[in-house]
Design a protein. Structure first.
Ligand code: SF4
Length: 294
């Protein structure tokens, strides 16, 4: 499916300490440029608009952009958000009215309000829970996104217990991109092999949830978890980027990931490999080619 991922900007109502976009806050997109890209993509068959950020719901032009995309004929939508503003039910209803077919990807990294305050530096935990309730009340589907980082990897089961209680059917794990915490890399970024058994426990304890694992290579997931790996990046997904041009998702992966020790691996064409920043700090000792299909 052809998709377009746009950002309205990189500002946010949270201040997550490990945020990828901390250095991009001042950057903004021109409304007319965004609309032009949406029109071009719609004309070339785009079926889904993904609105991400920063936090897209804090932007004044959020609804205007959705309405414009709808007018251009794009039928499906995904809103990627920290979920706090969804605690206002009128916002949820308005999004549904405009888009009709809309899915939400909502960040959920902590098991309690204290950790939310400590690492996202705002009092947002209860708002996100209210946001989940509002989506449910309005029959809207969502997936949750949990970034794996040193402070939360011992709480993954508690996080998913909460998600199951609020009716989440789909969750994903993303391994922290350590690029913006290079000065404190080892405080934030765990070894991937340390995280694997903890993910396994969550999957065993929550069999009703559909869980995907992003950005951990097949050789670490091994036989038990390989079926939970995320789908390969969509080559038909255009990402409108900081330079105001579009790159497809596989090009972005190629810029950020590397396949070390992979020449003989039977999965070398499917597996995205390992983030370059991770290799810079932890090296490639964990990466071992798989010689026979698992
Ligand atoms: S050896 Fe390389 S291609 Fe094979 S699973 Fe590991 S990272 Fe992926």
């Amino acid at each position: 499916m052809k998709e377009l991922d746009i950002k309205l900007g990189y500002n946010c109502n949270n201040k997550c300490l490990f945020c990828l976009n901390q250095d991009k806050r001042a950057f903004s997109y021109n409304n007319e440029e965004l609309k032009e890209q949406i029109r071009k993509s719609a004309e070339s068959g785009c079926q889904r608009l993904i609105v991400s950020g920063g936090e897209p719901l804090i932007y004044k032009n959020f609804f205007e952009i959705l309405k414009y995309a709808k007018m251009c004929g794009i039928p499906y939508y995904e809103i990627q958000t920290n979920g706090r503003i969804l605690s206002y039910e009128e916002v949820v209803k308005k999004i549904k009215d405009i888009c009709q077919n809309v899915h939400f990807l909502i960040s959920f990294h902590y098991p309690n309000a204290e950790m939310y305050q400590k690492y996202s530096q705002v009092d947002g935990f209860d708002q996100v829970l209210e946001g989940f309730r509002n989506l449910q009340k309005n029959n809207l589907e969502f997936t949750t996104n949990t970034v794996l980082f040193k402070a939360n990897i011992n709480y993954l089961n508690q996080i998913f217990d909460i998600l199951e209680k609020v009716g989440s059917k789909r969750g994903q794990f993303r391994f922290i991109d350590g690029t913006n915490v290079k000065n404190e890399f080892f405080d934030y970024v765990p070894r991937m092999e340390e995280v694997i058994p903890k993910i396994k426990e969550v999957i065993l304890k929550h069999p009703k949830m559909k869980i995907h694992i992003h950005e951990i290579p097949y050789c670490l997931l091994q036989k038990d978890l390989i079926e939970f790996t995320s789908p390969v990046p969509n080559i038909e997904r255009e990402n409108y980027n900081l330079k105001k041009n579009v790159l497809n998702s596989r090009e972005i992966v190629r810029q950020q990931f590397e396949n070390p020790n992979c020449r003989e691996c039977v999965y070398k064409n499917e597996c995205i490999g390992v983030r370059k920043t991770y290799l810079e700090f932890y090296g490639d000792k964990e990466i071992k080619p798989i010689l026979k299909k698992l």
